[in-house]
Write a protein that binds this ligand. Structure first.
Ligand code: ADP
Length: 226
């Protein structure tokens, strides 16, 4: 469960990036967050991953109250939250397999377990057979699916996808969206930002609209009309 209660984030004197945002996301929900550039969407994600601290307000994720979070608890928190970005952030000198395996290596998992787990997650994202390819040998959609595999390989409770289809053509974009739906069906909460109205219409999920650092609408499944 994700709970934000009147959260404000002010970076500098120019005003608040987020202003008294309250948001409640249930486990296994799929929430689309929309809003113009500069609305505060990335700031919201950075607060959830604890890259930034709120100026005021309460944040609780999976029972962890951020106000009382100790530095040594931050890795545990980050383990609960996978993140993918518009620009994939893959390691170009590593293969598909190695990019995903790396997330487990830095977590200290034994090689045997890594060899067992990575092929399974690559199958989930539809990349079986591409294990030995390098990122530059893949389409944009395939690269994003590698990034998703890496983000979910440690089975986070929450997946944040910040404009994951922004660099992709429609076919690749929908392949990525379908993978996000599949991961959500497996029980992971998904928070997605997109500027693509077709994707919003297709998904038919809860849509939270942020503008000027405030939630200006929050519509449940079925209530959304383009
Ligand atoms: P979005 O992701 O919706 O485009 P952001 O969260 O990136 O919006 O930005 C919200 C506001 O906060 C913008 O006015 C942006 O300029 C400002 N902002 C974001 N990050 C920083 C930062 N590190 N320092 C100062 N201002 C920032």
């Amino acid at each position: 469960m994700i709970l934000l209660d009147r959260v404000t984030k002010t970076y500098n004197r120019r005003g608040a990036a987020l202003e008294r945002i309250s948001l409640h996301v249930e486990p296994k929900e799929f929430v689309i967050i929309v809003g113009p550039s500069g609305a505060g969407k990335s700031t919201l994600f950075k607060l959830l991953t604890r890259e930034e601290k709120p100026t005021s307000g309460k944040i609780i994720v999976g029972g962890m109250d951020y106000e009382h979070l100790k530095d040594k608890e931050i890795p545990l928190l980050r383990r609960k939250i996978g993140v993918v970005f518009q620009d994939f952030k893959l390691l170009p000198a590593k293969t598909v397999f190695e990019n995903v395996a790396f997330a487990l290596e830095i977590a200290g998992l034994p090689t045997r377990e890594i060899k067992h787990t990575v092929p399974k997650v690559l199958e989930v994202v539809g990349l079986k057979g591409k294990e030995n390819h390098y990122p530059l040998e893949l389409s944009g959609g395939e690269r994003q699916r590698v990034a998703i595999a890496r983000a979910v390989v440690r089975q986070p409770k929450i997946l944040i996808a910040d404009e994951p289809t922004g660099n992709l053509d429609p076919k690749n974009a929908f392949d990525v969206i379908k993978v996000l739906e599949k991961i959500n069906r497996f029980g992971t909460t998904v928070l997605l930002t997109t500027h693509n109205q077709e994707i919003v219409n297709y998904l038919r999920r809860r849509v939270v609209t942020i503008k000027d650092g405030k939630v200006i609408s929050d519509r449940a499944v079925g209530q959304y009309r383009a």
